[in-house]
Design a binder for this molecule. Sequence first.
Ligand code: IVH
Length: 669
Amino acid sequence: MNTNSEIEARIKRLRDILNEQSYKYYVLNAPDISDIEFDKLMHELKMLEETYPEFYDANSPTVRVGSDITNTFEQVRHKYPMLSLANTYNENELYEFDKRVRKEITTPVQYVCELKFDGTAISLIYENGILKQAITRGDGTFGDEVTANVRTVKSVPLILHGNNYPSHFEIRGEIYMPHKSFERLNAEKEDIGETPFANPRNAAAGTLKLQNPQLVAHRGLDCFFYTLYGENLPYTSHYDTLQECKSWGFKVSEAMKRFSFIEEVIEYIHFWDKKRKTLPYDTDGMVIKVDSFAQQQLLGFTAKAPRWAVAYKFKAEQARTRLISIDYQVGRTGAITPVANLEPVKLAGTTVKRASLHNAEQIALLDIRIGDMVYVEKGGEIIPKIVGTDLSARDIFSIPVNYITCCPACGTQLVKVENEAKHYCPNQLHCPPQIVGRMIHFISRKAMNIDGLGEETIEMLYQNGLVHDIADIYSLKKEQLVILERLGEKSADNIINSIEKSKQVPFSRVLFALGIRFVGETTAKKIAKVVGNIDTLSSASKEQLLEIEEVGDKIADSILSYFSDETSIDLIKRLKVAGLNFSEYKKEPKSDILANKNIVISGVFNHHSREEYKEIIEEYGGKNVSSISSKTSFVLAGANMGPAKLQKAEKLGVSIIDEIQFLEMIQNR
Ligand code: IVH
């Protein structure tokens, strides 16, 4: 049997290894253990921490995503104002900057040239090697305290390495969303019929302001650091200081270089203007800084920006080409997206033939007309978009675009809901691209995961009248598949097997697969957990739906409208007969110590998140309820329990139990 001190030592050792490996993985990009090994160690640590809550530590690598409490952000005053940078757009302006600097500084000057990351600025405060606060730029004087969200960013160290960092300092950097995360996020958004983010910068800024750190963690943000502020810094220059920051655990870009002459800086900018296109994240320019802190001090600041630094903005890559025609695509939710057909043109290494026009408003705003010479840009370097038109090259007989009023696929009159950018085709049941789109969504990996059945096969099955809706998939026979063009015996077997296997998919994913508007993967999980089965969901009132975390007006209305439709009810009946999971698999209770107890959870906790406490309550036979009433058995209260709840509990004589009392209550049961 291990003694307590052996266990404590093991926990500490695991935390050290995992911190070190996270740093190597997320900051240095050079892990020296495999992902499997990493997950194994993380699992061991989680198990030990669960069994021995007395060794809890808020900075353990297991609690990057701590509580999921949602609160509005507190405004905090910046100790050092967060300024912006003066911009330059050509080499001449850089020569002028160099001249201004050398006029005031008579000693030799060195410049540091670094990438200008295109994200959102963040300021982190560390005390005695521990992350204390993360604050957004805000208006430069006051920012939002977003510590819980920033803690989820894996390249942000929660505890610093080594021991030669200053006891108090502030470090600033750029939180950004890598292209991969951005693409995944927008695909998810489109899946649920939400407007995707226009670019990774907006996505990063939007994500930092989410109310739920667990969602932030899922979005894959990253961070580069570029300035250190503090009283007794160990070095006298920007470059040396940032190199040192690396050894404390901060991610500092390797692209940063020091030069003695502005000509070298310009050459380096040329190099990155090309090379940046290969980076997995966006940059919008380079920043040139005077290296010496003493010289920086001599140069000082204007009201808005330092005089010792300047940004050089890269030109967004644009191409000019002719707009031949506009297609209108119908998504699975009925949303219409206008897509431009262009005369093929080279842009940032690829040939662009099609570009997004977003929606009717955008077309009218830019007054884009068919036949125009238009400018195409790569939005966030990924999806090409039309950003303007060359009026001087316009045909005098051209006419403004007449946006379609009827669905291009089924002819139904389109509708436009106020405050939503896109037009919709309301003919959900009979509009072919919507039917096919829903089926494609249904079989997708995160939904029913019916591999073997791809987009093309679905299209073919639909065209051949073999499937009309998602339930028909479960009546498919091998013989029907084999006679379809290009499908051999083996593929047909594969498809039949994976359809059969999909019957094991848990309720939450079935719910996501149904494709109810605005019910994405995460929301479906939350809903499935709370309602437990489809019948409870289909008969829930709006008030009951709104009680579910993450469900707001828009989602609640969409669910109500889905279940008020006879066709949906019939579809679910047929899917039930086919054997799909329409209720949440219930874990066997660990004990019945909390049987018949209605428990309200309120406040912020140290040992487990609210979600985890909900699970624990269920595991021990209890029921988590959302509001206090005379039927409430007790309130499990963390820090900052709302005063209204407290008053109500006192008035009704409901007892309040803190986290430790609760954990003791269930321990060894
Ligand atoms: S230094 C006094 N370095 O650009 C301002 N900023 O336009 C010192 N940015 O708010 C900022 N990469 O969010 C600096 N390598 C870099 C940067 C960088 C991106 C952002 C930052 C700042 C904005 C100014």
